[in-house]
Design a protein around this ligand. Structure first.
Ligand SMILES: Cc1cc2nc3c(=O)[nH]c(=O)nc-3n(C[C@H](O)[C@H](O)[C@H](O)COP(=O)(O)OP(=O)(O)OC[C@H]3O[C@@H](n4cnc5c(N)ncnc54)[C@H](O)[C@@H]3O)c2cc1C
Length: 369
């Protein structure tokens, strides 16, 4: 362990009121709201990555609240009220994100969302339930969310009609994280990177924290560790890796919007004249239940195959880059926002909708204190 000076220990690690673990959407929003509530508080964020290393800076940037088939699926194990509330929270979360950071700064664009189908079976099921779901969501959107449309993008090997959603948008994920970091740091929150929290002990003096670099005590500890929570928390949240690729710029790219394919197991969008394409976790759920940032041949080959045969058939496409990120998932879709012990709180399990709900989860986590 490094040795720290008297000055360093005094300025950074003494009289700490709030320590947040994780500098993703949740951790940064939590810091924002804590600072609003307690302007004089000393707040630090500990982040194990040199950059924020979680899903917040690796995601696809869909500003979405559930495709039609996803919502139909959710209704199989959630009540109508629960599904309505899930959508409401995602929609309100997106509005909060946009209000906090500004559409321009995060390059928010409402280009619409499209659900594509491999065959008519799922499409027909969606068509049958479309009006019911539109009615369920009517109090929130005041007009029909889901409509049908013919294949205007010339995708190949898929069913000839889509379901569209005019309310769906997209953001620039990198810009979102940068804006959040700037906002939080301008308020005087210290972010300490490359420092992993290894364990903590909630005791009479506050919470003692052992990290990979330093040990200190904080009054309150807030865990925003999402898919990496297992080593610190005994909650029902598992890691789920999601793999992504991005093409080199494509001349005259006319695909615009956010696209969900095969019940949302695959997703793609336009960005900077490129196609960003991810998914395929369903090819091997077990192997993808990991916090390792690798990519696998199985999934990357499948992504490339769908890209070349379905999304951009008859075109020469080159892959520029590949990466993966770790989500936090569980059997229930609701995030876990709760007090763990006297001085310890958590806001985790954001699933595949953290862009939408991250701001609200961070706010609710701060409000627990
Ligand atoms: C490839 C991919 C695509 C996605 N696409 C979308 C999308 O299009 N739309 C959408 O809404 N959502 C999407 N998501 C999900 C969304 O990104 C997440 O739900 C959201 O970012 C979670 O935010 P978070 O702050 O809870 O967690 P994270 O962003 O994962 O932040 C947790 C942070 O905690 C840090 N940490 C963990 N443990 C420790 C420790 N012990 N010590 C110190 N630091 C620690 C991590 O390094 C990490 O930075 C996607 C996710 C992935 C991976």
């Amino acid at each position: 362990m490094l040795s720290y000076s008297y000055w360093e220990l005094k300025e950074w690690f003494t009289n700490v009121n709030f320590t947040i673990v994780g500098s993703g959407i949740v951790g940064l929003n939590c810091a924002l709201y804590l600072k609003q509530k307690y302007p004089k508080a000393k707040i630090i964020i500990l982040e194990k990555g040199v950059l924020p290393q979680g899903a917040s800076s690796k995601n696809a940037g869909f500003a979405c609240f559930g495709s039609l088939s996803e919502l139909i699926d959710d209704l199989k194990n959630h009540s109508e009220e629960e599904v309505f509330n899930l959508v409401k929270k995602r929609w309100n979360g997106l509005e909060l994100l946009r209000k906090n950071l500004g559409d321009k700064k995060i390059n928010f664009q409402q280009n619409g969302g499209y659900e594509l189908f491999l065959d008519s079976k799922l499409f027909d099921e969606c068509l049958e339930k479309k009006n019911d779901i539109n009615s369920l969501l009517n109090p929130l959107f005041k007009r029909s969310v889901f409509k049908t449309e013919k294949n205007i993008f010339n995708f190949a090997n898929i069913y000839n009609s889509y379901i569209t959603n005019i309310f769906e948008g997209q953001i620039d994920t990198g810009k979102m994280v940068i804006e959040l970091l700037k906002k939080v740091m301008s308020l005087g929150v210290q972010i300490i990177n490359a420092t992993e929290v290894i364990k903590f002990d909630d005791n009479l003096n506050g919470v003692s924290i052992k990290t990979s670099r330093v040990e200190f005590t904080t009054e309150k500890l807030l865990l925003a560790t999402n898919g990496f929570s297992k080593s610190l928390l005994n909650e029902e949240v598992k890691p789920a890796r999601a793999q992504v690729l991005i093409t080199k710029p494509i001349e005259n790219l006319f695909i615009k919007g956010t696209f969900h394919l095969d019940k949302g197991y695959y997703y793609f969008r336009n960005i900077d004249n490129r196609i960003l394409f991810g998914g395929g976790r369903n090819l091997d759920f077990k192997a993808e239940e990991t916090t390792s940032f690798n990519q696998t041949k199985l999934i990357q080959n499948k992504l490339e195959e769908i890209l070349k045969e379905t999304i951009l058939p008859n075109q020469k496409i080159e892959i520029a880059h590949r990466w993966s990120g770790i989500m936090g998932v569980g059997t229930q879709k609701k995030a876990i926002i709760k007090q763990i012990s006297n001085n310890v709180y958590c806001g985790v399990r954001l699933g595949g909708m953290g862009v939408a709900i991250g701001s609200i989860v961070g706010k609710e986590l701060a409000e627990l204190v």
